[in-house]
Design a protein around this ligand. Structure first.
Ligand SMILES: [Zn+2]
Length: 190
């Protein structure tokens, strides 16, 4: 399974890559250009990954995976899988939140922060991926993809547990603090 990490310059959180590597995966890094139609723009990269013919997991630049999450996504037979995460919450709060699927916090829809797509899905949503509006830069790309997959009958499979979402600005403020929880200390809760 490919693990792709799209990031904006200066906004790659320092915990993102280590959290992938410690799970035994080699992240493919993509610095995104926020320009319509640029082949390095996020929508263009998504199109490329969807057409690559391989399974791929997107881990966005502010999303920290957790031990066991990537193997879970690799091994699940479902075509479209994700781990949820809370938006804009302080890291310490997120770490201490319950991680069961019924927790009220957490993004209970498949955004692109920590989501795996099976090879072949791209062909099924080709109409979307080739559409002119998809050449927009950042806006609503996950909604478009989710909507297209829903329209042909797919439902995203949420895996139990939550990834950590590091708001870039909060993360930046925290860079000079010692981490309170190391990646290797994180329990894998199900
Ligand atoms: Zn799954």
């Amino acid at each position: 399974m490919r693990v792709v990490v799209p990031y904006a310059r200066g906004l790659l959180h320092p915990r993102v890559v280590p959290a992938i590597v410690m799970q035994g995966y080699d992240p493919e890094m993509y610095e995104c250009v926020n320009a319509v139609g640029d082949p390095r723009s996020y929508p263009a990269l998504l199109r490329e990954w969807f057409y690559s013919g391989t399974d791929f997991c997107v881990i966005e630049h502010d999303n920290e995976s957790r031990a066991g999450f990537l193997d879970d996504l690799r091994d699940c037979p479902e075509p479209w899988c994700f781990f949820a995460y809370d938006l804009y919450r302080p890291f310490e709060e997120v770490v201490n939140q319950p991680t069961d699927v019924s927790a009220p916090l957490g993004v209970d829809f498949s955004a692109l922060g920590h989501t795996r797509f099976r090879a072949g899905l791209g062909e099924e949503i080709r109409e979307l991926l080739d559409a002119p509006f998809f050449s927009l830069t950042w806006a609503a790309r996950d909604t478009f993809i989710s909507g297209a997959l829903h329209a042909i009958g797919y439902v995203a499979h949420r895996h139990p547990g939550k990834a950590f979402h590091h708001h870039p600005y909060q993360a930046h403020e925290r860079l000079h603090e010692p981490p309170r929880v190391r990646v290797t200390d994180l329990a894998y809760n199900t």
